[in-house]
Design a protein around this ligand. Structure first.
Ligand code: PAF
Length: 282
């Protein structure tokens, strides 16, 4: 039986029952688990004595006109997916799924953790308060879980860079692990929002990973992808398509060792994110 906790006090009690030597991994999610989340969970279980997976649709990271109410809440199916993992892994998992948002943000909670300018780039241009909502909840989850390791997916590359910066700036004693993107057989990065797409849009969506691969090939043979990017951006489906330094999401310069090709592509009201990291030749 997998332990499911839905209050902060039961999570506190669980944490207090463990010795200081017990290693804890944390996998923060908003539920609607797919193979990408399960990879994070498996990795954490392999590397820690216990893993806390949180399932919480965080209201603070949705703008007023965004899909907070429609966001798929599929707790029973999520539980089943976790229950189908192998027995050894399962015995190490604790699900923290607060039903009441007050368990995370108690009445009167008014603090925002903001990492600053980097939150206004890329996705931040379209979702100006999104990353403050993410860092505020992630900081809270780090405190509540008191974990040693935390696992995030590379698909949300900007989110990863911002969380890394928060951990560094606030000297949070936790080690971050960024896991590779998991794709479907067509190459589309897995995302809970893919289910908003109809069949036709699923085909059109492949233009996103295919364009990133094209740019990667150009970079690998030292061809400047600027013209291709400019012509792609004439298609208004792109919210952005950029090549940036992986360290801090600034424009690459002569010292840059690694770049991320990062894009957001809109189909109807669904925005899809994807990226590829490329090491530059010395
Ligand atoms: O990546 C997500 O699913 C969310 O942004 C996170 C990290 C769970 C915070 O709500």
């Amino acid at each position: 039986m997998i332990k499911v906790l839905d209050t902060r006090s039961s999570l506190d009690e669980f944490r207090k029952s463990l010795s200081a030597e017990t290693s804890i991994g944390l996998v923060p999610t908003m539920g609607n688990l797919h193979a990408g989340h399960l990879t994070l969970l498996e990795k954490s279980c392999m590397e820690n004595d216990f893993t806390i997976i949180t399932i919480f649709v965080n209201p603070k990271q949705f703008g007023p006109t965004e899909d907070f109410n429609q966001y798929p809440r599929t707790f029973e199916q999520d539980l089943e997916k976790i229950a189908n993992l192998n027995l050894q892994l399962k015995s190490k998992i604790i699900i923290f799924a607060p039903k009441d948002p007050d368990e995370i943000f108690a009445k009167g909670f008014s603090t925002t953790i903001s990492v600053g300018a980097i939150t206004q780039l890329l996705c931040g241009r379209f979702r100006p308060t999104h990353f403050d909502g993410v860092t505020t909840v992630v900081y809270k989850l780090f405190k509540l879980a008191n974990a040693h390791n935390a696992y995030f997916g590379q698909k949300d590359f900007q989110q990863c860079v911002i969380i890394k910066k928060m951990v560094k700036d606030l000297e949070i004693p936790i080690k971050l692990h960024i896991m590779p993107i998991i794709r479907n057989s067509d190459g589309l990065a897995l995302s809970s929002r893919n289910q908003y797409l109809n069949d036709d849009q699923k085909l059109q969506a492949l233009h996103l990973p295919e364009t990133l691969i094209k740019i990667e090939k150009m970079i690998n043979i030292s061809v400047d992808p600027k013209k291709l990017i400019e012509s792609e951006l004439e298609n208004k489906a792109w919210d952005y398509l950029e090549v940036l330094d992986t360290k801090d999401l600034t424009l690459p310069n002569s010292k840059t060792k690694e770049v991320v090709i990062i894009g957001a592509y809109r189909l109807g009201s669904t925005r899809l994110l994807d990226n590829r990291v490329v090491k530059l030749n010395a």
